[in-house]
Write a protein of this length. Structure first.
Length: 541
């Protein structure tokens, strides 16, 4: 039987579905039956609470009228705990006083004879010994006196019959003190409790009937769901799978004759066929590769030589870059020493013509700046640039860069206008961004006309901060806008460019591009010939 189920996917589905649906409906049956039983218990409890309130109201009416008189007969006896309980009328008939306690007990006896319910009045300090509480009632009175407001309940068995028992407090009213003044009660005290007993035999029978009906309904519903699911699965899945199985066996007979069949269901047979086809395709692919390798042996040898040449060129380029970095660093040190010595000579005025020393100092500064730029770019090109990323103020960094260029701009009457939209803080290497700003502002001053204006703008965008430097220079031709960011590229000298005689290493914008991109940002230029240029870069927030 198990082997038949194992080899048929439809039977597997049927068994799995049957088990799953059965477990689901079993859990649902248990949950509904418990809810139903709880509902019946809640109804019984509600009935017990109503009965308790009716008893209390009846007792309250009797108490408010002190007592009621009924004719004394053979079934009616005097209350032994009352002083002068009997009264005789003018006709000689004798009446006895009925207190709330006696009325409660007699009503309970009447209800119990009708097998409807019963109730019991009890008190810890009861005058009547028959009103002394049992263990449940004593515990209930202690809870009521300790502050519990509502009643308590439980299910008991009287003989073999289940009984729902509910106990609630009985509070002292003003009219109660006439009979219970010696017991030191105050108005509002718990004077005892009333227990209500409701038989649950009929309720238990109703619960069993409902559970039996629910059980057979669940069985019918479970079977219906299983059959419906199997019917739809058969129409949508099992028929196509059967067709796939027939097709699979046909291919195995035609293409893989002699190969042992796979044990398992239809999907395993199909998977086994896929593996066989895959292995066959791999073998054919290997054979094809061998033929191609033999036909292109010379081409493969040429490709290997080209790869070796490319690797050698890459190695040479890396060696050149490293050499360039090292030599730049070595040259920077003596140039710095020369600059220091010239500064000392200038301060001591030991030269008859200081203008020559000024020329030496100026050109030495230019050489140092050039080599610093070359060193920085070589680090960028070699991938050895290290950034010290911290949360820094971009606005403050831009302001510091403008301050250092202010003196140069004032010599030519150029005004540096700043538009900053609040404080912008972001992760960056402030020293490198400062270097970018000084390069851009220095270029803008260099190419701006005298008495012109340079506008520096710092503004937040959706996910980045944007900085722009806009001048009123001659502009950049469209053909040169991409090239200016390449190393050693210089624009042709233009007659409108002021201070162009100073020359340039042609590497400043390439460094700016490398530093901005190292921060994950972008840099570009917006310009029209004769209408100035606007260099813009962004940094991610």
């Amino acid at each position: 039987m198990l082997s038949i189920i194992k080899n048929r996917i439809a039977l597997k589905y049927l068994v799995t579905t049957a088990i799953t649906v059965t477990l689901i409906f079993t859990a649902l049956f248990i949950w509904i039956s418990r809810k139903q039983k709880q509902f019946v218990l809640d109804q019984i409890k509600t009935q017990a609470i109503i009965l308790h309130k009716q008893i209390v109201l009846t007792r309250q009416w009797v108490s408010d009228h002190n007592y009621i008189l009924i004719e004394k007969t053979g079934r009616v006896h005097s209350d032994p705990f009352l002083l002068n309980p009997d009264i005789k009328d003018i006709h000689g008939r004798v009446y006895t006083k009925i207190t709330p306690a006696i009325l409660t007990r007699q009503l309970s006896e009447y209800a119990e004879k009708g097998k409807l319910y019963s109730f019991n009045l009890t008190n810890v300090h009861a005058l009547n010994p028959t009103n002394k509480p049992d263990l449940f009632e004593a515990q209930a009175i202690r809870l009521f006196k300790s502050g519990k407001k509502g009643g308590i309940d439980r299910i008991e068995f009287h003989g073999n019959q289940p009984v729902f028992r509910y106990a609630a407090p009985l509070l002292i009213r003003k009219s109660c003190l006439s009979c219970h003044s010696k017991q030191d009660y105050n108005i509002g005290d718990v004077g005892g409790c009333i227990s209500v007993f409701i038989p649950m035999g009929e309720a238990e029978k109703a619960i069993r009937r409902n559970n039996l009906f629910l059980f057979f309904a669940m069985i019918g519903l479970t079977g219906s769901v299983i059959l419906v699911l199997f019917f739809f699965a058969r129409a949508m899945l099992f028929k196509p799978i059967a067709e796939i199985k027939d097709f699979t066996r046909k291919i195995r007979m035609e293409e893989f004759e002699g190969v042992k069949d796979t044990d398992g269901d239809e999907l395993k047979e199909f998977a086994s066929l896929c593996y066989l086809i895959d292995n066959k395709l791999k073998n054919q692919h290997m054979e094809l590769e061998q033929k191609i390798a033999e036909a292109t042996k010379d081409l493969s040898l040429t490709n290997r030589k080209l790869e070796q040449a490319v690797a050698e060129l890459t190695h040479l380029n890396r060696a050149r870059t490293e050499f360039f970095t090292d030599i730049s660093h070595e040259i920077r040190t003596p140039l710095t020493s020369i600059k220091g010595a010239i500064d000392i000579l200038l301060r001591k005025a030991s030269c008859n013509d200081p203008s020559y020393l000024e020329i030496i100092k100026k050109n030495t500064d230019y050489l140092i700046n050039t080599f610093v730029d070359i060193l920085d770019y070589s680090k960028i090109e070699a991938g050895r640039l290290e950034l010290e990323i911290k949360e820094e103020s971009l606005t403050a960094t831009v302001t510091d860069a403008i301050r250092t260029q202010q003196a140069v701009a004032q010599k030519r009457g150029i005004r540096l206008q700043v538009n900053a939209q609040g404080e912008i803080v972001l992760p960056m290497d402030s020293r490198r961004i400062y270097q970018v700003m000084t390069n851009l502002i220095s270029n803008a001053i260099k190419f701006s006309p005298d008495n012109g204006t340079i506008i520096i703008t710092v503004s937040p965008q959706d996910h980045s901060a944007e900085v722009s430097v806009e001048d009123q220079g001659p502009g950049i031709p469209k053909a040169d806008r991409e090239a200016i960011f390449r190393k050693f590229y210089q624009l042709p000298q233009q007659k409108h460019a002021a201070d162009i005689s100073k020359g340039s290493s042609g590497i400043g914008l390439a460094i700016c591009k490398g530093l901005v991109e190292a921060h994950g940002g972008k840099i570009w230029v917006e310009s029209e010939t004769g209408s100035g240029s606007k260099f813009v870069f962004t940094l991610p927030l």
